[in-house]
Write a protein that binds this ligand. Structure first.
Ligand code: SF4
Length: 485
């Protein structure tokens, strides 16, 4: 997962791109960059920095990036080392042309002549042909493939190459004063089109449009390629590959912001339904603690915790009505068992997408703090978005108990993560996935919770809509849409 943002036909494109990166920072915190075409001297100016988008913004003077079109990127490393060479946009020159590429997702394979090769295999072939790669990631391979494509002009070469790439890719390519936009035919990750005055804007999520007064138009369709010329003519192309769509369901669990709409649905609505479904399943199993205080783990557990709370309040209201209690006996505090028992340091980063284990460990400590006043003497039902490695949830449970919670139950509105992701989320090492190593009961014991419930896979798919048809749920135990080997 990364964030990409680009525009064309916009005065001071650099300012908008820097702000766009900032609005997408939740999708990648490792590095940020921008590339802007300067039509006066016909040069592509670019800058890439390690760290947050705000860091890039501080270091870059947007007035020096003159131009009307360009692209930006915030990196969350999935493939390749955590170093500046892998921070995007990547920029390469060949045949007298300069291309800049911003990529969200992971390329997996390439149709290379008559063969289908994995990215390491194709890199190896190209290296033997004399291509020197400067990065350890998957994105860079696209330059060598574009250069070799058997077409005459650069746009045809790009379209040819995109038709031979297999994997997850939302791409923004800057070539001279043109912008090329593409989304893989599986549609793994989201990409939006917006209007800004006469110009066009592209963003991984539409939450950025609200901040920047960009008018949302629509999501780029799976398999769609747009080529936008300097006079803002939009040329439409398609990737000619017949596949079943595979929208990443983990975008709804964690990756996307709740105020975004992706794959045609509001993230907050889907997340809330996941919380409701989790509560309904616990109710059916008789494990929903109706007197517990619901505590969301901020931020991504917040929206689903409301759905969970709705089920509890609904049951409590039914109990009250059935008991024919005197309304005068109803106390204010009886109604809403909900509290921010775990607070988030607003200056902390998203922990799941930190690059290494040590940073995640320290990051979890610095990110959350338990408010004793909210939890002491209470049975707590904590709601977190997912359990991947289990270290973070174990810390929360221990802290809640240390601060006086009488019991801690964990409700997780996503199924157990049992498999790696090869399409843009860094869960490649299955040995680190707790669900891959321990049973549900052993996991509960490990994290120290009194009960642990994950939403069922069928229940989860119900919340995605169409029973999960057209969604990727491979890391939750379903079939992989593209064979990674
Ligand atoms: Fe998303 Fe999981 Fe599929 Fe990866 S495997 S694309 S994280 S649903």
């Amino acid at each position: 997962m990364c964030g990409i943002f680009g525009c064309i036909g916009v005065e001071e494109a650099a300012r908008l791109i820097l702000d766009g990166n900032f609005c997408l920072n939740h999708r990648g915190q490792e590095g940020a960059g921008l590339a802007v075409w300067n039509p006066e001297n016909e040069e592509l100016n670019f800058e890439r920095r390690f760290g947050l988008a705000s860091h890039l913004k501080q270091k870059v003077d947007p007035t020096k990036f003159k131009g009307f079109s360009g692209i930006g990127h915030v990196r969350y490393g999935t493939v390749g080392k955590s170093n500046i060479a892998n921070v995007q946009p990547l920029v390469r020159e060949f045949f007298g042309e300069t291309l800049a590429v911003a990529h969200n997702g992971d390329f997996i394979k390439v149709e290379f002549g008559q063969e289908v090769l994995t990215i390491p295999e194709v890199k190896n072939r190209l290296e033997k042909d004399g291509v020197v790669f400067e990065t350890t990631g998957d994105t860079e391979v696209i330059f060598a493939l574009i250069a070799r494509a058997p077409k005459e002009n650069i746009i045809d070469k790009i379209i040819y190459t995109l038709n031979h790439m297999i994997g997850a890719f939302c791409l923004l390519i800057s070539w001279r004063d043109h912008l090329i936009v593409a989304r893989d035919p599986w549609g793994f990750h989201p990409l939006w089109l917006g209007k800004y005055g006469a110009g066009y804007v592209f963003s991984s999520e539409d939450c950025a449009f609200g901040h920047l007064n960009v008018e949302p138009v629509r999501e780029i369709e799976p398999g769609e390629i747009l080529v936008i010329t300097p006079n803002l003519e939009v040329k439409h192309f398609r990737i000619e590959r017949q596949v079943i769509m595979a929208f990443c369901s983990f975008e709804y669990v964690y990756l996307a912001r709740p105020d975004s709409t992706i794959f045609g649905q509001s993230v907050s609505k889907v997340r809330r339904m996941m919380g409701q479904q989790t509560g309904l399943e616990m109710l059916e199993l008789g494990t929903l603690p109706l007197n517990a205080k619901v505590v969301p783990i901020l931020d991504s557990g917040r929206t689903s915790s409301l759905g969970l709370l709705e089920v509890i309040l609904w049951q409590r209201a039914k109990q009250m009505l059935a008991s024919k209690m005197n309304p005068e006996d109803l106390r204010l505090e009886d109604l809403l068992n909900y509290g921010f028992g775990v607070n988030r340091n607003q200056y902390s980063l998203r922990n799941f997408i930190l690059a290494d284990e040590h940073s995640r460990h320290i990051g979890a400590d610095l990110k959350h703090n338990v408010d004793r006043a909210e939890v002491e003497g209470w049975e707590i039902l904590e709601c977190d978005d997912s359990v991947v490695r289990s270290d973070t949830i174990a810390k929360h449970v221990a802290r809640l108990k240390r601060m006086g919670a009488t019991k801690v139950h964990a409700a997780i509105p996503s199924p157990r993560v049992v498999g790696s992701c090869y399409y843009g989320v860094a869960t490649r090492d299955t040995t680190k996935l707790v669900a891959n190593n321990l049973s549900l009961e052993a996991t509960r014991e490990k994290i120290g919770a009194d009960t642990l419930h994950h939403i069922s896979l069928p229940g989860f798919k119900k919340c995605l809509g169409c029973d999960g048809k057209n969604f990727c749920t491979a890391c939750f135990g379903d079939q992989y849409p593209i064979d990674p080997d």
